[in-house]
Design a protein around this ligand. Structure first.
Ligand code: ZN
Length: 160
């Protein structure tokens, strides 16, 4: 069967950047399983997987706009050290969960100047075109319950 909205899809993928360095890979680990058509994976990946079948193996080049978006200058902010209540030893590179304009996200400390802490709320992969090597492992119709929940269940999916 072909991948379409409301199918449960399992893939193996290897993600590389423009320099060919591996950023992430499922190969040798669990497959990535998701409910197709729900935006639970990046838009560009969902687009290229649409219509594919089990056994299909291909490479996709996804521009930043269809991956984690462009780098937004306004997501880089300088805030007071007081905002980091209860954290004594703030260092460049530390990451925190925070409520940013788009909702909860992760911010990274990029600079420290006395009481001023500069944080970057851009996704670490923002602004980067991504290359995926993909193999489609399994495609099945999602159950009604999965469609209702907006995620898949079972060994590789969501546990309740
Ligand atoms: Zn559920």
């Amino acid at each position: 069967m072909q991948i379409s909205n409301n199918t449960a899809v399992s893939i193996h993928y290897t993600l590389t950047n423009e320099e060919g360095e591996v950023i992430d890979s499922s190969v040798g680990n669990d497959v990535l399983s998701y409910l197709h058509g729900t935006g639970s994976i990046i838009a560009g990946l969902e687009k290229v997987l649409d219509g594919k079948s089990v056994g299909d193996s291909f490479t996709a080049h996804i521009p930043a706009s269809d991956a984690y978006g462009q780098i937004m200058e306004d997501r880089v902010q300088t805030i007071s050290r007081d905002m980091f209540e209860g954290i004594d030893n703030i260092q460049v590179g530390m990451q925190f969960h925070a409520d940013v304009s788009e909702g909860p996200g992760i911010v990274t400390v990029v600079a420290i100047d006395g009481e001023n802490i500069t944080i970057d709320g851009n996704h670490p992969l923002a602004g980067m075109p991504l290359n995926f090597d993909i193999e489609v492992i399994e495609v099945r119709p999602a159950t009604e319950e999965e469609i209702e929940h907006g995620h898949i269940h079972g060994a590789d999916g969501h546990h309740h």
